[in-house]
Design a protein around this ligand. Structure first.
Ligand code: APR
Ligand code: PHB
Length: 393
C-alpha cells in the first residue's frame, strides 16, 4: 500500500490531520493500534480554545459540538478562602472557551473519517518507521495478524507520549527537555450536576483541586494527590469530603458540591516534556508525540490541534506549489507556541499546587501571585490570553 501521508495514531492529532488533509485534497492513511471503542472511551481533558472550535467547525466536526458544547466566559480562582472570577471576553477582547470532552471530539472525527475520508485502520500497531530521511519513508505495522508495509511520501507521528515514531529520529539529533512534578491528579467522573457555572481552580493548604464538568448532569473533578497514590485508598466519600474541604469559602461556609455516583476514578501523572526538533527528513511529530504539558492549563489537546493545522497547511502548500518552505519551517513554527504553552502550564501548575517540599515562604509567594491576578487587570489578562489561546502560528 502507498499513500501521500501516513499517519501513526488515531487520537485527536492524527484524526484531525486526516480530516484537514482530506479537505485539502491530500490523501492519507491513519494507523491506530487500539480498537475503536477504546479510543472513543479514553478519558482526557475537555477545554477547547476558540481557535480549536473554529478548526473543528471548518472540517465539518462542529454540529454536535455547537449543540452540546458548553461555552464558558471565564473561570473562578479560589485561594485563601476567597473566590475571584476572571471574565475572559472582557480581558481578551471577546475570546471564550468551550467545554466539550476529548472523547466526544474523537467520536465525531472517527465518524466523519469512516464516512468520507481515507482509510482509518484500528488495531493496526506500528513497529517502525524506515527511511525517514529518504524520499520514500515506510511504516511497518501489524494488522489482522499480518506484518504490512505502508510506503509514504511523508510520515506523521501522532502516536502520543508512548508512541514509537520519535525513535526514528536518530538519538544524537534529538534533544529532550523534561520536568516532573512531585504530585499527581486523582480524577473522577460523577453523575452529579455541577453546582458551579464555570470551572473552579482552587489553591488550598490541603493542595490543589479543580471542578470541571462534562454535561449539565456530569461533573469532572480533580484532586492533587501524592505520586504513587492508589485510587483504592480514595473511597468516594473521602474524595467528596476532600473536594469540599479544598473548595471551602469563608463567605459561604455551607458551600458544598452536589454528590452523585462516581463512574470513573484514576490517578494521572503530571509532566512537562518536549522533544526537539519536531521533524526529521520526511517524518513529522505532532501532539503528545512531541510534547506534554501538565493538565492545569488545559493546553494538551489545543496544542495538538495547532500542530496539525500548521502541518496540514504546509503539506497542502507542498502539494499545490511543490515548495518545501513551510514543511521546513514546521518544527520552529510549532515549537514557539509549544514553549509558550509549556511556560503557561508550568506557571499555572506551580502557582496552584502544594509542593510537599515547599516552605511557608513559597506558599506566601503563590498567594501573592494569585492576589495579583485577582486585583490587576494586566495580570488577569495575561492568564486569560494564554488560557483562551494565542493565535495559531
Ligand atoms: N501504532 C499505532 N498507534 C499508536 C501507536 C503505535 N505504535 N502508539 C500509540 N498509538 C496511538 C494511541 O493508541 C493513541 O490513540 O496513538 C494515539 C495517540 O493519541 P493521544 O495520546 O490522544 O495523542 P494526541 O492525538 O497527540 O492528542 C493529544 O491527548 O493526552 C491528551 O492532553 C492531551 O488532549 C491532548 C491529546
Ligand atoms: C477537564 O475538564 O478535564 C479539565 C479542565 C481543565 C483543566 C484540566 C482538565 O485544566
Amino acid at each position: 500500500m502507498h499513500t501521500t501521508v501516513g499517519i501513526i495514531g488515531g487520537g485527536p492529532a492524527g484524526l484531525l490531520l486526516a480530516r484537514l488533509l482530506h479537505r485539502a485534497g491530500v490523501d492519507s492513511v491513519v494507523l491506530e493500534s487500539r480498537d475503536r471503542a477504546y479510543v472513543e472511551r479514553r478519558q482526557r481533558a475537555g477545554i477547547l480554545e476558540q481557535g480549536t472550535v473554529d478548526v473543528l467547525r471548518a472540517v465539518g466536526a462542529g454540529a454536535r459540538l455547537d449543540r452540546e458544547g458548553l461555552v464558558h466566559d471565564g473561570i473562578e480562582l479560589r485561594f485563601d478562602g476567597r473566590a475571584h472570577r476572571l471574565d475572559f471576553p472582557a480581558l481578551t477582547g471577546g475570546r471564550r472557551v468551550t467545554v466539550y470532552a476529548q472523547t466526544e471530539v474523537v467520536k465525531d472525527l472517527v465518524a466523519l473519517q469512516l464516512a468520507e475520508g481515507g482509510p482509518l485502520l484500528f488495531e493496526a500497531e506500528v513497529h517502525a518507521v524506515d527511511g525517514a530521511d529518504t524520499d520514500r519513508p515506510a511504516i511497518r505495522y501489524t494488522h489482522e495478524g499480518r506484518e504490512q508495509t505502508l510506503t509514504c511520501d511523508y510520515v506523521v507521528g501522532c502516536d502520543g507520549f508512548h508512541g514509537i515514531a520519535r525513535t526514528a529520529v536518530p538519538e544524537h539529533l534529538r534533544t529532550t527537555y523534561e520536568r516532573t512534578y512531585p504530585y499527581s491528579w486523582l480524577g473522577i467522573l460523577a453523575e452529579a450536576p455541577p453546582v458551579y457555572d464555570e470551572l473552579i481552580y482552587a489553591h488550598s493548604p490541603r493542595g490543589f483541586a479543580l471542578a470541571s464538568m462534562r454535561t449539565p448532569a456530569v461533573s469532572r473533578l480533580y484532586l492533587q494527590v501524592p505520586n504513587g497514590t492508589d485510587p483504592a485508598d480514595w473511597p468516594d466519600e473521602r474524595v467528596w469530603d476532600e473536594l469540599d474541604a479544598r473548595f471551602a469559602l469563608d463567605s459561604a461556609p455551607g458551600w458544598r458540591l452536589k454528590r452523585g455516583p462516581v463512574t470513573q476514578k484514576a490517578v494521572l501523572p503530571m509532566r512537562s516534556w518536549v522533544t526537539e526538533p519536531m521533524r526529521h527528513g520526511r517524518l513529522f511529530l505532532a501532539g503528545d508525540a512531541a510534547h506534554i504539558v501538565p493538565p492545569t492549563g488545559a493546553k494538551g489537546l489545543n496544542l495538538a490541534v495547532a500542530d496539525v493545522v500548521v502541518l496540514a497547511r504546509a503539506l497542502a502548500h507542498r502539494a499545490g506549489t511543490g515548495s518545501d518552505e513551510l514543511l521546513e519551517a514546521y518544527s520552529d513554527t510549532c515549537l514557539r507556541r509549544v514553549w509558550r504553552a509549556e511556560h503557561f502550564s508550568y506557571a499555572m501548575t506551580t502557582t496552584l499546587h502544594a509542593d510537599p517540599a515547599q516552605s511557608p515562604f513559597d506558599t506566601r509567594l503563590q498567594l501573592a501571585q494569585l492576589e495579583r491576578i485577582a486585583t490587576s487587570p494586566h495580570a488577569a489578562a495575561e492568564l486569560a490570553d494564554n488560557y483562551t489561546g494565542l493565535p495559531m502560528g
